[in-house]
Design a protein around this ligand. Structure first.
Ligand SMILES: Cc1cc2nc3c(=O)[nH]c(=O)nc-3n(C[C@H](O)[C@H](O)[C@H](O)COP(=O)(O)OP(=O)(O)OC[C@H]3O[C@@H](n4cnc5c(N)ncnc54)[C@H](O)[C@@H]3O)c2cc1C
Length: 397
């Protein structure tokens, strides 16, 4: 039996409640463009990169041609698409491949949003147009080895010396940071103890990275540990409006919804592959799609996908209207990461032994979902954010 992509890649069978009809022409166009890119450029080559834990640099100029980097950011050469369109980009990219979507999400989501939200006019003018064209690539460094979920307690320091800041410390798990042109570093100002954002440019002395190897998911995107040893940057590279962890949180809230959309892409890819497989795979003299227990699984998977889509569609509308709260974004991230992980796991089961083989694609999506479940705040942390919102009592410490 051969891998099943030709059959599944054009399927619209996961739009069960016709969300298509709610989209604008522009949103449909963006979705179709990214879907075609994923089908044509990403899916045919990605398993090999994933297997070898190599990053597909060959895809960077190709994704740049789509003019989607910076998604919903207005001006500065960015596309200024709707929040729903930005979500559809995440779905289609992740349906193609999670690693490449993470590369893109760090660059276009975390870093460009940080510049848009926290940058000065000069910083935006300097970086955003080049980043929208993907001539310059970004990385975003918050997490430290000792501070993941409690990143608010980060220890990397920034010391003002004349017209420079001097950064010292270590970061962990920083996507794209081995080759990025600009790295956002969150560090504690020694003067007032507040967490602030700084731009470290490629080649700055004292900045070094060591790639983390042996990952079981998102293998085709690189995250290194970063060392910052007396890294001197000009004061102009301090992000003008990143002056406390509240500002960091503004960025996290804006981008967290993207992870909820991304989870849908993984779930759709796995569901489509399992559905197609079940129609073709015969056991006990008939296609397994005809067995009640397989149909029950598929129906439940489709129900979860439909619920995730509806939740995200509304979240996108709220974000567009400036009404989305942090806990609302957390609820979507928590729900979708959990549900998509289960959908991928059920898809793998439906595909039996073949489900564990890379060439059938579902194993990659299932492993990638383990990462989605953890990054940008674990499932538990998202539930604590929602818990604090509904009870009025913080349970973090
Ligand atoms: C592949 C990958 C890519 C990443 N990319 C980036 C990136 O580009 N930039 C960046 O800055 N970071 C990045 N991260 C870091 C990611 O955001 C952190 O891994 C995540 O926030 C969890 O932190 P941690 O790994 O230190 O786990 P920990 O915080 O040590 O958590 C361990 C466990 O304890 C639980 N826990 C923690 N606190 C509580 C509590 N109060 N109550 C109950 N349970 C609790 C957690 O939910 C988890 O289950 C990435 C991580 C991965 C794996």
């Amino acid at each position: 039996m051969k891998p099943l992509l030709a059959d599944v890649s054009q399927s619209l069978g996961t739009d069960y409640y016709l969300i298509e009809e709610l989209l604008t022409d522009e949103e449909r166009e963006i979705r179709d463009k990214v879907r075609a890119f994923a089908d044509r450029e990403v899916i045919p080559i990605i398993n090999d990169y994933w297997d070898k834990a190599q990053f597909p640099f060959e895809l960077v100029p190709k994704v740049a041609e789509l003019n989607i980097a910076g998604t919903a950011i207005q001006g500065y050469g960015c596309p200024g698409m709707s929040q729903v369109a930005a979500g559809l980009v995440a779905i289609e990219m992740a349906r193609g491949d999670g690693s490449f979507n993470t590369f893109f999400g760090v660059h276009s989501g975390l870093v460009m949003s940080t510049l848009a939200i926290c940058g000065s006019e000069e910083q935006k003018e300097r970086w955003l147009p080049q980043m929208a064209r993907m001539e310059k690539i970004g990385a975003w460094g918050l997490t430290e080895a000792k501070h993941g979920s409690d990143s608010v307690r980060l220890e990397t320091s920034a010391r003002r010396e004349g017209d420079q800041y001097v950064l010292n410390g270590e970061k962990r798990w920083i996507g794209n940071a081995t080759f990025a042109d600009v790295i956002v570093i969150w560090a504690r100002d020694e003067d007032d103890g507040e967490v602030k954002g700084f731009l470290v440019e490629k080649g700055t002395e004292g900045y070094s990275t060591e790639l983390i190897t042996g990952k079981m998911g998102k293998r085709a995107v690189w995250q290194p540990d970063i060392k910052l040893e007396e890294v001197r940057i000009p004061v102009e590279n301090k992000l003008e409006h990143a002056n406390s962890f509240k500002d960091t949180n503004k960025v996290l809230t804006a981008t967290r919804g993207g992870v909820a959309w991304e989870a849908i892409g993984h779930a759709i890819a796995a569901y489509e592959a399992a559905l197609t497989y079940s129609r073709q795979r015969e056991q006990f003299g008939r296609p397994i799609a005809g067995f009640q227990l397989i149909q029950n699984k598929l129906a439940n998977m489709l129900a979860e996908i439909t619920l995730m889509q509806l939740m995200c569609y509304r979240l996108g509308q709220l974000q567009e209207q400036g009404k989305m709260t942090g806990p609302q974004a957390s609820l979507a991230k928590m729900n979708n990461a959990k549900k998509a992980k289960q959908v991928c796991s059920d898809a793998r089961d439906i595909m039996g032994g073949n489900g564990v083989l890379l060439e059938y694609h579902v194993a990659r999506h299932l492993s990638d979902m383990e990462i989605v479940y953890t990054y940008e705040g674990t499932d538990t942390i998202q539930s604590l954010i929602v818990g604090r919102d509904v009870t009025g009592v913080g349970a973090f410490v």
